[in-house]
Design a protein around this ligand. Sequence first.
Ligand code: NAD
Length: 416
Amino acid sequence: MTDTESTLSNARRQLEHAVANVDIDSGVVERLKHPTRVQQVSIPLRRDDGTLEVFTGYRAQHDDVRGPYKGGLRYHPEVTAEECIGLSMWMTWKCAVMDLPFGGGKGGVAVDPKTLSEQERERLTRRFAEEIRDVIGPKQDVPAPDMGTDPQTMAWFMDAYSMQEGETTPGIVTGKPPSIGGSHGREEAPGRSVAIVTREAIDYYDWDIEETNVAVQGFGSVGANAARLLDEWGAKIVAVSDVDGAIYDPDGLDTNDVEGHDERPGMVSGYDAPESLTNAELLELDVDVLVPAAVSNVITADNVDDVQAKLVVEGANGPTTFAADTILAERGVPVIPDILANAGGVTVSYFEWLQDINRRTWPLDRVHEELETEMLKAWNAVRAEVDERDLTWRDGAYAVALSRIGEAKESRGLWP
Ligand code: NAD
């Protein structure tokens, strides 16, 4: 049997497993297995050739006990309500681990954005914004970019919402271009946080970063930013990949010379490196650190026995299935979970939201400094759970998140 777990089932199994380590009401746990609401909408799109096509969009809102729902909008052919619910659960935990005043949301449209012209993407985005308008808002639910969407998508979304609102409303989305209230440093933030926690983990295990080699699957926004920072801090990046394949240099790649997939498609696998590998081979390299930063479900029960890395840092959301995670834990291979490692994205989104409320832009240096501070605070909170209670890093992160959520639920009580 192959190990292909759905995002929702993976998220629910992680929750069920993690609650054993937290003093939390069982009714609250039951509630947290389900979203508050999932909005499904039909989005009619006039194609450039004059024909009409209808796409399905979703917005899943998991929990908002600590603040407005927060999470990305994904344009991908495989987007489903279930996937959005699972991803929105991870956003709830991620915001709580980081102690941000947000809950979890996620949405998207089941569409392959590569098959749309720019004008079609704009029309689709504007109509999607209109269709989910009633359930979102700067104080209710704040979307952001995710797979297949980018700052331009957020700009169209913000414009569509603002036009109907009758006032410019930058706080409706984060991840906007800086010219309309986006934060400096937002784009590189998830990769930066992956690099920061990798550096902290290397230090925790008493390794020398100069002696540490790293393989990164997915040289996109998260992977390339993480790889380049770790390279700058002295680690040796021996392998990176895009969807078409991987490149490998045991002496270390020049990560600034390799262009990312988004910078120029095909440039990673087409780069002139000593060796080419498949994405599957990259995952099995004998390296110190493996950073899966592409898609979910890549480390599974089927290949986990061949994973030789001494440390896994999850750059992507949900790259390790529940079964594989259990096997890695039994083998004593630490896995720094996605909800901590890539949380720099939502953290700088929070900074952006604050800047929008205050109508005041922070310089890049301040964004970097505050991100470093927040990541270290979260890292230390999780590390305390790991050290004091002998938990895995994932269980430690869930313990921090769930106890904060449980406490908030208890303080607020149940309405009515
Ligand atoms: P991206 O599109 O910029 O980059 C993805 C990279 O992975 C590209 O190099 C692409 O070629 C490669 N890729 C795609 N499919 C692949 C496959 N099947 N096998 C191997 N490589 C493949 O995306 P991104 O924004 O870097 O996001 C990557 C992951 O990180 C996703 O899981 C996303 O949800 C997560 N994430 C992104 C952000 C963000 O703000 N960008 C924040 C947190 C988490």
